[in-house]
Design a protein. Structure first.
Length: 638
């Protein structure tokens, strides 16, 4: 298998090992330095992103209140909160009696609206998402002109094409050519040939047509998967690529060359408006009804600096949502350093704004980027080859069946050794796995590590991220070991048609995101956005899991991908509330409405558990409450 590992740099995950962020300056500031810097900005940032941190005492009634707890009633008539916690729920008179010791309190009539637990996104990426807000959006998802998430940002652009990319880049290239331009670099993010009406490979020939070498404008675009970059000749020359390298790669870059290019982009462009953009991401999440975000790759961008920055943003009250996550650990020295510097916070009862829950490992690439590790070549690998990557994708660790000395030098140790190290010290782990062969290797590695350490997978809540292609055998193995999957359900909704017709073919596509089978096998499952890879929106994710419509198909009535894997409304909502919280070691605090838990709630214009409601993604979020404070109020409904 040595031919599958001839690259010098393992690519990492679309979501975790972005080379651009590793190139940002890392100022040697202490946590106190960060706090002083941020405290000085709090008043200004508070005006830009206003939200309340004032805890209220209140009784909600007059609508549909869904506790979504593991047991108990499906609905209650009233809910009382005070001091940041849920005090009581049940009939209105009983709740009033229980709240009598928490006077004064206000009564809030829901007027028929729905009140649910705050939504949990168990796998997304805050810092990369923030950086890309300053780049030109070349995404297949609609966005409003300011680059902020708008209602249409959760819908595929049906006319997405290379022509649209050209139309967006043209004005920026023209500006960069002007005398006195602030920079000669044009940066774009989110380009995705797999979602174009006609798959169009991008290369230096195409980009040189837009910005010829004589113009001295450097163009660099990053694929939505994060694995592939595209550059014109000027950008490659500025990065110091040799004429032979430029000729060989034709402007299609994998990680080694991406890192080289990123090193030449002015740091001020990469860090442009970073703090403002971080808060923008967090407030967008609150506007979608999220109260908890789990960053599945903390530190992949700026190591400890990133963690200190996010912690201070949270602790200074600048974030309307809770920030928690797992530390990116694909390099052994970094993993050891994380375990030395931090301890996982698994069962603290405090109302924490920021917490670390585990370690993150990335086994392979992405299927839509043709880098997930398969047994058989991608259906369109010959038409759309990825430079320096095998037709079956890549695996980021040594494969046991491949003992070649060359691989031993170029790839990290076996995945099982990383897992043994983590489990032996009591750390929960999340492992990214997309391709069929990657899944088998990940399960082999988990099994070996669990046997060696006698770790309890269920109590550590060991996770498989994306878990894209699951055979019956893989499902059974996962269930027996006590693992749980978190599904990037946008793979079905957004990319399902591309997988079916171009990338994987029918047999493999049928194995995609088998939510109902995993749940039926006894596993607790969650749904995630992997934002920046797909848009924020837990209600949208629930909708895609309920209906499994392939939104990219050309038919007016969108076909369903493997209807047997559709979830009920209740199970889909469990996967973005209590079960997502459970996977994040947060279910004792959030994820359901129960007395004693934190008062994290969302008020919606419609009840997403009503079977007659089909367009969940466009249900109006009226209010989001975190810890008893109203952190978001929809200006259109107030």
């Amino acid at each position: 298998m040595s031919e599958h590992h001839h690259h010098d740099h393992h690519l990492g995950c679309a979501c975790c090992s972005l080379p651009l962020l590793a190139q940002l300056d890392q100022p040697q500031l202490s946590q106190d330095d960060w706090q002083r810097e941020l405290e000085a900005l709090v008043p200004e940032l508070g005006k830009l992103f206003p939200h309340s941190s004032k805890q209220e005492s209140a009784i909600f009634h007059g609508g549909v209140i869904r506790p979504l707890a593991a047991s108990g009633p499906d609905q209650v008539a009233a809910l009382g909160i005070s001091g940041g916690r849920i005090i009581a729920m049940g009939e209105l008179d009983g709740v009033r009696a229980a709240m009598s010791g928490h006077s004064p309190y206000k009564e809030m009539d829901l007027n028929g609206r729905a009140l649910l637990p705050g939504l949990v996104d168990p796998h997304m990426h805050i810092t990369p998402s923030a950086v890309f807000r300053s780049w030109i959006s070349l995404s297949a998802f609609g966005v409003t002109p300011a680059g902020q998430n708008g209602e249409d940002s959760q819908m595929l652009n049906p006319d997405y094409s290379y022509q649209q990319i050209k139309d967006k880049l043209g004005p920026a290239i023209k500006n960069a050519k002007q005398p006195g331009a602030s920079s000669n670099w044009v940066l774009g993010f989110g380009i995705d040939p797999s979602l174009m009406r006609e798959w169009t490979d991008i290369d230096s020939l195409k980009l040189d047509e837009l910005a010829p070498p004589d113009d001295n404008v450097a163009v660099f675009l990053l694929n939505a998967s994060g694995h592939i970059g595209y550059a014109n000749t000027t950008a490659m020359k500025e990065a110091g690529l040799t004429p032979e390298q430029i000729q060989d790669c034709k402007g299609v870059l994998t990680e080694a060359n991406i890192v080289q290019i990123m090193g030449k982009i002015p740091k001020r462009l990469l860090a442009k408006d970073l703090l403002r953009n971080l808060l923008g991401v967090l407030h967008d999440a609150a506007a979608r009804g999220n109260t908890t975000l789990f960053d599945a790759g903390l530190g992949s961008s700026l190591k400890n600096v990133e963690i200190m920055l996010l912690r201070q943003i949270a602790n200074l009250g600048l974030s309307p949502v809770r920030i928690t996550g797992a530390l990116y650990s694909n390099e052994l020295p970094q993993m050891l350093q994380w375990m030395k510097d931090y301890q996982p916070d698994l069962n603290s009862q405090t109302d924490s704004n920021f917490s670390i829950k585990g370690l993150k490992l990335v086994a392979d690439g992405s299927n839509q980027g043709l880098t997930g590790f398969q047994y058989r070549p991608y259906k369109n690998a010959r038409q759309h080859p990825v430079p320096d990557v095998s037709p079956i994708g890549l695996f980021n660790f040594n494969v046991p069946a491949d003992p070649s000395p060359e691989n031993a030098k170029r790839l990290p140790d076996a995945l099982s050794s990383y897992l043994q190290l983590a489990l032996g010290r009591g750390w929960p782990v999340l492992v990214h796995s997309n391709g069929e062969q990657a899944m088998e290797l990940v399960l082999d590695s988990y099994q070996e590590a669990i046997q060696a350490t006698r770790a309890d997978a269920r109590s550590l809540r060991l996770r498989v991220e994306h878990a894209s292609l699951l055979t019956d055998t893989s499902l059974s193995r996962m269930a027996r070991m006590g693992l749980s999957p978190s599904f990037l359900i946008g793979h079905v909704g957004y990319w399902g048609d591309a997988f079916l017709t171009q990338i994987l073919g029918e047999a493999r596509t049928e194995l995609l995101d088998r939510c109902e089978s995993a749940r039926a096998a006894g596993m607790r499952i969650s749904l995630h956005s992997d934002h920046f890879v797909s848009p924020l929106g837990s209600l949208r994710m629930a909708e895609q899991a309920i209906y499994r419509k392939m939104e990219g198909a050309q038919q007016e009535v969108k076909p369903v991908l493997n209807a047997e894997e559709c979830l009920s409304h209740r199970h889909a909502m469990d996967a973005v509330t209590l079960d997502a919280a459970w996977q994040c070691h947060m279910d004792h605090l959030v994820g359901s409405l129960e007395p004693g838990k934190l008062a994290d709630l969302v008020i919606l214009g419609k009840d997403p558990l009503d079977d007659s409601v089909t367009d969940l993604r466009h249900i109006n979020v009226h209010e989001t409450w975190r810890g008893g404070a109203k952190v978001y109020a929809n200006p259109d409904t107030h």
